[in-house]
Design a protein around this ligand. Structure first.
Ligand code: ASP
Length: 333
């Protein structure tokens, strides 16, 4: 008894020091001079990259002016970058900006190198419609004409996408499934390089987020035909006359792409709280909202900006898209 007291005191002192150290680390996160990296699992200059760079800007102020860099770890339909973030040190300094691919890859890949439900979920960022676009030399000018052109060119249509599991892949497989037409899918590391080839006429058509298509449609460098969501797009105005695919006869077609922010599993709770608080400030930043709206994206204002609700939402997306992908059968890759 006599000799165990000092031991107990020593243990208490050690535990207190540990609590102190953890508390201090959380209080000083992000530590001055330390850089935060946002991993983007698609190519630079594309839609996910644009969202991540705008978000980095909006997160800087609530994170005490921290330097926030983007690392484009692109390839394999987002699985390379997502797996890199999954394996990163859980200290809050490496985060992932992912999109619907986090949910679709659960069905499409036997082993994508990560488990979608084993990240720390920080919150949802935005929702973005997609548009069916074509090379500028496409003879068609309306969805009906494009549909006819696709029918007349069976076996010859090249459809660009950002790899198996990407948003453009998902939209493309639904198009092929509903039109009952197999196209030659041309996978890229993101829709930025695919857009370059679409503008150059190396590929014929693509589905892509408005965050990537708006400038090119406004500049008449590509043509736009129909929107993927159940509702038409009123802003940006360049899309206001486009029908939805559902209206155009592809019944039930409704694809909206979301982006979210994630940390590796095991990131300390206090650091996660700091990051989620910063995310909520960023999502209310008028400059960020304006930039996103200008590109057709809607910044999240509902409960999905919180980890728990966001996680439930992604689980529902895994179930929803898993069923669609399985039903698409032969068109799924
Ligand atoms: N828009 C791409 C996709 O189809 C991804 C990207 O390049 O950001 O998923």
């Amino acid at each position: 008894m006599k000799s165990s007291l000092p031991t107990a005191l020593r243990l208490c002192a050690a535990a207190a020091a540990l609590t102190c150290a953890v508390g201090a680390q959380a209080q000083t996160f992000p530590a001055s001079g330390k850089t935060i990296t946002l991993i983007v699992p698609f190519a630079a200059g594309g839609p996910t990259d644009k969202v991540a760079r705008d978000l980095a800007e909006a997160l800087r102020k609530p994170l005490n002016g921290a330097t926030i860099l983007v690392d484009n770890a692109a390839g394999a339909g987002s699985t390379i970058g997502t797996a890199k973030a999954f394996r990163a040190a859980p200290d809050g300094y490496t985060l992932l900006v992912a999109h619907v691919g986090l949910a679709t890859t659960a069905t499409l890949y036997r082993n994508p190198g990560f488990k979608y439900d084993e990240f720390e979920y920080l919150g949802l960022v935005n929702e973005v419609p997609m548009v069916v676009v074509s090379k500028p030399s496409m003879p068609a000018n309306t969805w009906a004409e494009l549909n006819t052109w696709i029918g007349q060119n069976k076996g010859k249509v090249n459809l660009g996408n950002a790899g198996l599991g990407s948003a453009s892949h998902l939209c493309g497989l639904m198009l092929q499934n509903q039109l009952k037409t197999e196209m030659t899918t041309v996978p890229y590391k993101g829709t930025a390089p695919a857009m370059t080839d679409l503008m150059g006429g190396q590929i014929d058509i693509m589905c892509d987020q408005t965050t990537n298509t708006t400038g090119q449609v406004e500049g008449k460098k590509i043509k736009a035909f129909a929107v993927s969501t159940a509702k038409r797009i009123s802003v940006p105005a360049v899309y206001k006359d486009l029908p939805t695919l559902n209206e155009a006869g592809l019944k039930g077609f409704d694809v909206s792409i979301w982006h979210g922010l994630y940390a590796p599993k095991g990131t300390p709770p206090a650091v996660l709280k700091t990051l989620n608080d910063a995310l909520k400030v960023a999502l209310k930043d008028p400059d960020f909202i304006k930039k996103e709206e200008g590109l057709g994206a809607v910044v999240v204002t509902d409960g999905r900006m919180n980890p728990e609700e966001h996680k439930k939402f992604v689980a529902s997306e895994v179930a929803k898209w898993g069923a669609v992908i399985k039903a698409a059968g032969q068109y799924a890759d």
